[in-house]
Structure formats: structure tokens, C-alpha cells
Write a protein that binds this ligand. Structure first.
Ligand SMILES: O=c1nc2n(C[C@H](O)[C@H](O)[C@H](O)CO)c3cc(O)ccc3cc-2c(=O)[nH]1
Ligand SMILES: C[C@H]1O[C@@H](n2cnc3c(N)ncnc32)[C@H](O)[C@@H]1O
Ligand code: MET
Ligand code: SF4
Length: 451
């Protein structure tokens, strides 16, 4: 047999969500696992692995139980029947990246940007223009999603940062976040890939929430040639697990999640869910867990891999709800499935649609436009729930404030959030000064400071 040693491309026949090692579960195992779920008992890794493979009536039953857990969680928070979303703009600060994930169409290279007449990074004016136009449309979140540490790989990125007076990509993220807060009032949610504990501590005063998808704990997808994360140093699950721990230690309201259908098997998918449950149990910082389905992109190495099969994805949502429990929001993006499938996701325990933009595309899935907000409200209403706007940080963290929300950004958050519910209020954000010390809060509320 002739094999190519040089290509990173996976075998085009490589299956998507249904991994070759995934046999249909044994009926006796399914009965036992579903019995535990029905009785409200906790499930272990083996049960979860079995449940990730159920179909038909068993899947319908699994979804019903997961939906009940979600309902109990919303009720406990005093917001029964609400499914949240964040009205946001997407700010792709840079599409250069030191990684090369085989599913990613977002990532590009300096030569391509130069040929298209585009800069290596968005200029500050471009960032502020997007945020300003978003504010006019009532958006309250500025999602900074970007490539990981491109300056480590690309001299062109390093040169751009040097020319503009930034020491690193994250230094630019911080500066841009401050300008967005000061000039538009939108709340930054930072999704710049792997961050160190010190970097998170340094970014925390400029953003009420941050995130990084765990993606998967399957290390072989990183170590073995041809797999989705081969050649992407920031996708080593050991490193990503440490980011989740460091976010917890720094009390950062954190968004993470799994990408379903990138070559992981069910046992690995279950392991990823338990890993997130464990770290949340230690720190309580996981504000939402995204269960995102892989969608093949024509210009990527995984173009020949099948999209995540919907039932496989639906089971992943339901099992995520059962493993993570009632108090974490389970988020699925409404633009990666059909409206009918969105309704099924609600049936499986979803209670958050994530960021939805009336202005900017989902640059990670550019071929999948978001439903407009009226359509999303209608889809949600059709399932018996009410679409409710939140801000970037989930209500529980907004309402608790310290230690989750740094003093330096708490006035910005309070300007957009209802003090009773922690959800979004119907305002158009306006810029407010940002100070690099924790004192001005008293001044903002008009309290006289005695020195
Ligand atoms: O529009 C998107 N928003 C993505 N978001 C943002 C999300 O939709 C919400 O805006 C935030 O999570 C705020 O709650 C992510 C946030 C993360 O922290 C980690 C990963 C993602 C992934 C996406 C994505 O692919 N597309
Ligand atoms: C921002 C997040 O988007 C997800 N992501 C990246 N590429 C794809 C794709 N082809 N399909 C679905 N999700 C994707 C990854 O999980 C990343 O962390
Ligand atoms: C566009 S991908 C999202 C941010 C980061 N590069 C990551 O993969 O985690
Ligand atoms: S998914 Fe993120 S880390 Fe991977 S190549 Fe794309 S931008 Fe880089």
C-alpha cells in the first residue's frame, strides 16, 4: 500500500461523528443507564458513553429527562421557561494563528491577507466601527474571537504589533477591549485561545467573561498525524484543561465546550464532559458549556469528513445536560442546524443560544447565517419557551459581582444589566470611562469619598 508521509490531510473517508470505534450500545446497557437517569441518579462515564449512542425511542426518552433537568435549573434561578441569548457583534481581531486545526476555515496566512488587500489585524478604527454600529442596533457584547498567538509563527504579525506599539496579540486584545468599553459601552467577551493564568488575571478587568472551547480531551487527535489537531500546539488537551483550571482560580466567568464530530469517539466525548463537570465542581466558574456540531468547510483539510450526524449531536446535548447538571447553561448555536433541529435541541436540554448578531457574520461558520432575532424568538416560542436577552456574563455572575466581575468593569456591566434578574435591559450601550484602579465605583454612584 502506498501511503503519503508528507500530507497532513486526513483520509477523505474518515467518518465524522460516528467514529469507527463506536458500535451501537448493548440494549441491556441502555436500559440500565436510562433507568438511572429516570430515577434521577447520577451517571458515570460508562453510562454516559452508552447514552451518547442511543437512537429512536431511547433518544426521545433521554431528551425528555435532560429537558426536565434544564427546567429544574431555570426554576431554581427564578427564570422558568426562559432561553437566553446575547446580542453581539463578532470582532475577528486577527485570523492569523500559530495553529492549523484541520476543521478551521477562519485561519489564514499573511500572503493571502496581503493579496486580498487586508491587514494582518483589524485596525483599532475598524474594531470601534463594528462595535459602534452594533451599539446602534442594541448589541451588548463584543465577541473577540481570534487566532492563537500568531506572532509566534508569523513575522508579519510580530511586525504589525511592533509598528502599532503592542507587545503581543493579547496586549492588543486588552487595548481594544478598553477602547470598546470607553467608546461604545459594549461588554467584551474574550475568546483568544489558550491564555496563561497571569494573562487571564491581566485581562479580567477589561472583560466580564472569557471563553475557550475545550474541544475534546482526546489527545490522539493532537498527537497522531492526520487527525484534526495534529500540528496545533494550543489544542493539546492537557494545556486546555489547565486553562479551565486557571480560569477557575482567577474566578473568571468562563465559557467552554466541546466540538462534536471531529474524530473523537463516544467514550472520549463522555470523558470531555466529565472533565468540564470536574473543574466546575472545584471552582463554580463555568457559566455555560457550548455543545457545537462540526460543520465541514470546503477549503479545509477535513472537507471530506461528514458533518456531525444530528441524532449523534442531539444525544451529546442531552448527555451534556445530565453530566453538567441543572445550574450550568447548555448552549448550542442556532445557526449550525435547521429551525426544526433547533426545536429538538431545546427538547434535549439546551437553555442558551449563545451570541447572535444582527450585524456581523459568524466568522467561524461564515456559510451559516444566524436566524434573525424575530425568527429565533418564534422558534423558541414554538417550543414553549421565551427568548430572553442576557449580557456576555450569565445572570448568576452578574448578580453576585465580586469576585467574578472586577470592580473596574462593574459599572459597565451594571449599565446593561437588570439589578433584579442580571439579564439585559432594553438600552443602547454608551461608552463609559475605564480606569485602571478599583476606586472610581464610589464616584460613579455619587458617594462622597472621605479621605
Ligand atoms: O459566533 C460565534 N460565537 C462563538 N462564541 C461566542 C458565544 O456565542 C457567546 O457570544 C459567548 O459565549 C458569550 O456568552 C464562543 C465563545 C467562546 O467562549 C468559545 C467559543 C465560541 C464559539 C463561537 C462561534 O463559533 N461562533
Ligand atoms: C470558536 C470555536 O469554533 C469551533 N469551530 C471551528 N471550526 C469549526 C467548524 N468547522 N465547525 C464547527 N465549529 C467550528 C471551535 O470549537 C472553536 O474553538
Ligand atoms: C477561531 S477559533 C477560536 C479561538 C481560538 N483560536 C481557539 O481555537 O480556541
Ligand atoms: S480553530 Fe482557532 S486555534 Fe484552530 S486554527 Fe482556527 S483560529 Fe487557530
Amino acid at each position: 500500500m502506498v501511503t503519503s508521509e508528507t500530507t497532513l490531510l486526513p483520509d477523505p473517508a474518515m467518518p465524522g461523528a460516528v467514529n469507527p470505534s463506536d458500535e451501537p450500545p448493548e440494549p441491556a446497557d441502555v436500559r440500565r443507564a436510562l433507568g438511572r437517569v429516570r430515577a434521577g441518579e447520577s451517571i458515570d462515564l460508562d453510562d454516559a458513553t452508552v447514552l451518547l449512542g442511543v437512537r429512536g425511542e431511547d433518544l426521545a426518552a433521554l431528551c425528555t429527562y435532560a429537558g426536565r433537568v434544564r427546567d429544574a435549573g431555570l426554576e431554581a434561578e427564578g427564570r422558568a421557561g426562559q432561553i437566553s441569548y446575547s446580542r453581539k457583534v463578532f470582532i475577528p481581531l486577527t485570523r492569523l494563528c500559530r495553529d492549523r486545526c484541520h476543521y478551521c476555515t477562519f485561519v489564514t496566512v499573511p500572503g493571502k491577507l496581503a493579496r486580498a488587500g487586508q491587514g494582518m489585524y483589524l485596525e483599532m478604527d475598524e474594531v470601534l466601527d463594528i462595535a459602534r454600529r452594533g451599539a446602534e442596533m442594541g448589541c451588548k457584547e463584543a465577541l473577540f474571537t481570534l487566532g492563537d498567538r500568531p506572532e509566534d509563527r508569523w513575522p508579519e504579525a510580530r511586525a504589525w504589533l511592533d509598528d502599532h506599539g503592542y507587545t503581543s496579540t493579547l496586549d492588543y486584545v486588552r487595548a481594544a477591549s478598553i477602547r470598546v468599553l470607553e467608546e461604545t459601552g459594549l461588554l467584551p467577551h474574550l475568546n483568544p485561545g489558550v491564555m496563561s493564568s497571569d494573562e487571564m488575571a491581566w485581562l479580567k478587568p477589561v472583560a466580564p467573561s472569557m471563553g475557550m472551547m475545550l474541544e475534546t480531551t482526546a489527545r490522539r487527535l493532537f498527537t497522531d498525524k492526520g487527525n484534526a489537531h495534529y500540528g496545533s500546539p494550543d489544542k493539546d488537551p492537557e494545556i486546555r484543561k489547565q486553562v479551565l483550571i486557571d480560569a477557575g482560580k482567577n474566578s473568571v466567568p468562563f465559557t467552554t465546550g466541546i466540538l462534536v464530530g471531529i474524530g473523537e469517539n463516544r467514550a472520549e466525548r463522555a470523558d470531555s464532559l466529565f472533565e468540564m463537570a470536574k473543574v466546575h465542581n472545584d471552582f463554580g466558574h463555568l457559566q455555560e458549556v457550548i455543545v457545537q456540531n462540526f460543520r465541514a468547510k470546503p477549503d479545509t483539510a477535513m472537507r471530506g469528513t461528514a458533518d456531525a450526524e444530528f441524532d449523534e449531536f442531539l444525544a451529546a446535548v442531552a448527555v451534556a445536560r445530565l453530566v453538567l447538571g441543572p445550574h450550568i447553561r447548555i448552549q448550542a448555536p442556532p445557526n449550525l442546524v435547521s429551525p426544526e433541529e433547533c426545536a429538538a435541541l431545546v427538547g434535549a436540554g439546551v437553555d442558551d443560544w449563545g451570541g447572535v448578531s444582527p450585524l456581523t457574520p459568524d466568522h467561524v461558520n461564515p456559510e451559516r447565517p444566524w436566524p434573525n432575532l424575530d425568527a429565533l424568538a418564534e422558534i423558541t416560542a414554538g417550543t414553549g419557551y421565551v427568548l430572553t436577552e442576557r449580557v456576555a456574563a450569565q445572570p448568576r455572575y452578574v448578580l453576585t459581582g465580586e469576585p467574578w466581575i472586577d470592580d473596574r468593569i462593574s459599572a459597565h456591566v451594571r449599565a446593561l444589566a437588570d439589578p433584579e434578574t442580571g439579564l439585559a435591559v432594553e438600552v443602547h450601550p454608551v461608552g463609559m470611562p475605564w480606569h485602571d484602579n478599583a476606586e472610581p465605583a464610589a464616584t460613579l454612584t455619587g458617594t462622597t469619598q472621605v479621605r
